[in-house]
Design a protein around this ligand. Structure first.
Ligand code: ADP
Length: 623
């Protein structure tokens, strides 16, 4: 599909409204030009020269006026009354014209907003559908700018500019028809002159487009630089890199400044240049028209006035049509970016024939699984594990060992590169994605709270939960006490990211969320950051309750959690290097024992105290 047909497909559902807008636009253009034509009877009645002078065969315009205006206005009668009659007609024409102006403006705005709404919804839906891997490689700023800025550009192109082009076309045609009715000779003369004047724009289209493109690109660079500096401001400051960044920014704004002025120079030149040529053109029309009036008598003075008014009116639509190609450039660029985004394929989706996973037991297996984010860079290899329903499995290992990736494969955030992961004995790719994920409660390391009440945050993902159920879940998560201590209790609106709640409190809300969801599989990424002893105890207690009767996969950093596990998998560089329970792994004296000693010097007799170093960087820190 070409860009053009694709753009048109967005307008197709609203053909009816567009047609109505077209009719209103035409009526507007016709009435607008008629107002100028009414200058003729105005002058005629004022100087008592009209309607046709009575001699010979009347010209087409006079016949038109006879059939319309002079039916209402008696030119032979009281001159003042006749002039007033014409003025009333002009008034009526203006009123009607404005009525149609309202109609066309509103209808175009309607289509514009409706198409924008459709497009925004489509882009947003696609955001929700896209794989996590996409978000791993795309900058958030890029996605938001497509959702907002680019859609906006597209909106302008689809409607505003097209509506103006259509309107210009009608204005032009109507004016030309009236001019031809007045005098084809003079119209011909005008056509020799006007395109010449407008040709200036034609010459400038290419260089202007190039200039505008560069200005847009550089504007993107400016905002990208600002965005990156803002998000990395700590690094900039701690590296004393302010001077480097300042230099970089100066060079970008400098380039933008030059590019903008260069493009503006052309644009600024084009205006006066066309104006000058148009003036010359008008002079030619005036001279030739005067000749037609005076020596040939082919045109009345009043008609001459009307003709000149119409020809001046003609410049605007012609100028717009000439400028059109330069005006649509940003819109086309925006359209390209939006469509590019919509065309990003979604890889994690239901296979044909995928089944719905209902009331699962929660047994999980990894069968000879390998995984890589980028081809040739294996992150997990030779993973074979059987996790019976209802067992607790802890994943431990140094940072970057692949623990998070392991858990992500169960939830099918990514698809394995080879081998297979099963839930309830069936390849996860053969379950529908939504039913697979619905069988899991996932408690991430960093709890994200939405800007809403605490109750709504707990109920997130459990549609239709009652207030009582929410409270019961909060109690089980040891969150009830701190929530009720807040002035607004469960109705407290937490700010974005849950600021003003401590890490322990946020995690207990996430636990309450998982308890409320009550799913057979729990994936739990323990927070690495140290909580104070009391918080730690409350969280651990809640985790203990949550683990009962479920299959639990926990990325563990705490001794109390690891001790509880039926099976501990020790990962290093994407492989399972040790497996067993706490005691047997300690006795084996391998990597697990070393990690354990590093983290819990107090738990190991005779081992020198080592500073607490959490073994895992958080995902956020890496991103
Ligand atoms: P852990 O949770 O044990 O710290 P991860 O599973 O997060 O380890 O990461 C394992 C490896 O995969 C690391 O080398 C990490 O840099 C890499 N990695 C993680 N996420 C991505 C991603 N979205 N794209 C590319 N590489 C990734």
């Amino acid at each position: 599909m070409t860009l053009y047909t694709r753009l048109r497909s967005y307008l197709r559902p609203y053909r009816g409204v567009l047609a109505a807008a077209g009719v209103a636009t035409f009526a507007f253009a016709a009435l607008d030009a008629s107002a100028y034509v009414l200058l003729i009877p105005l002058v005629d009645t004022l100087f008592r020269t009209g309607p046709t002078g009575g001699s010979g065969d009347p010209d087409p315009m006079s016949r038109l006026l006879d059939a319309t205006v002079y039916r209402f206005v008696d030119v032979q009668g009281d001159p003042l009354q006749a002039v007033q009659g014409v003025i009333v007609l002009i008034l009526v024409v203006f009123l009607l014209k404005n009525l149609f102006d309202f109609a066309r403006t509103y209808l175009v705005a309607w289509v514009e907003q409706t198409v924008t709404r459709d497009l925004r919804n489509e882009v947003y839906d696609h955001v929700l559908r896209l794989d996590l891997s996409f978000f791993g490689r795309t900058r958030v700023g890029q996605i938001t700018s497509r959702l907002t800025h680019d859609v906006e550009q597209l909106r302008r192109l689809l409607t505003t500019e097209l509506a103006r082009l259509l309107s210009s076309g009608f204005e032009f045609s109507v004016a030309v028809v009236f001019m031809l009715l007045l005098s084809w000779k003079l119209t011909l003369a005008a056509f020799v002159v006007i395109p010449g004047a407008m040709g200036v724009w034609g010459l400038l289209v290419k260089p202007l487009r190039r200039g505008d493109r560069r200005v847009l690109d550089l504007a993107g660079d400016v905002s990208a630089q600002i965005q990156e500096t803002l998000s990395g401001i700590r690094v900039v400051k701690s590296s004393s890199a302010e001077d480097i960044e300042r230099e970089r920014f100066r060079s970008i704004t400098g380039a933008y400044h030059r590019a903008f002025l260069k493009a503006e120079q052309l644009r600024a030149l084009a205006g006066p240049l066309t104006e000058t040529l148009a003036t010359v053109g008008t002079v030619v029309i005036l001279l030739y028209g005067a000749r037609l009036v005076v020596s040939d008598g082919a045109l009345s003075g009043a008609q001459f006035v009307g003709f000149v008014a119409l020809s001046i009116k003609l410049y605007r639509p012609v100028k717009y049509a000439a400028k059109f190609p330069t005006l649509v450039q940003p819109g086309l660029a925006g359209a390209e970016r939006v469509f590019e985004f919509l065309d990003t394929p979604v890889e994690i989706r239901d296979r044909p024939g995928a089944r719905v996973l209902s009331s699962p037991t929660g047994a999980i297996t990894f069968e000879d699984v390998a995984f890589e984010y980028r081809p040739g860079e294996p992150v997990l290899q030779d993973i074979t594990v059987e996790i019976p329903a209802g067992s607790v499995v802890a994943l431990v290992g140094p940072s970057g060992a692949g623990k998070t990736t392991f858990a992500d494969l169960v939830a099918r955030f990514y698809d394995v590169t080879s081998g297979r992961v099963t839930v309830d004995g069936v390849d996860v790719r053969d379950w529908t994605v939504s039913s697979l994920r619905a069988s899991m409660g996932i408690v991430p390391q960093e709890t994200v709270l939405f800007h809403d009440t605490i109750a709504a945050n707990i109920a997130y993902g459990s549609r239709g939960a009652t207030e009582l159920e929410i409270r019961v879940a909060a109690r089980a998560a040891n969150a009830h006490t701190f929530i009720t201590a807040l002035p607004e209790g469960y109705d407290r609106v937490v700010g974005e990211r849950g600021t003003r709640l401590s890490g322990g409190e946020r995690q207990r809300i996430a636990l309450a969320r998982a308890i409320l969801r009550d799913r057979p599989i729990l994936i739990f990424d323990e927070a690495t950051s140290a909580l104070d002893t009391e918080s730690e105890r409350l969280v651990q207690e809640a985790v203990g309750r949550l683990m009962g009767g479920r299959t639990v996969l926990v990325i563990a950093h705490r001794l109390s959690t690891v001790r509880r596990a039926d099976l501990i998998l020790v990962l290093r560089e994407g492989r399972i290097v040790e497996r067993g329970d706490h005691d047997s792994l300690l006795a084996a004296g391998g990597l697990y024992r070393r990690l354990h000693e590093l983290q819990h010097p107090e738990a190991v007799e005779g081992v020198q105290r080592v500073a607490h170093t959490p073994p895992v960087r958080s995902r956020e820190a890496r991103a």
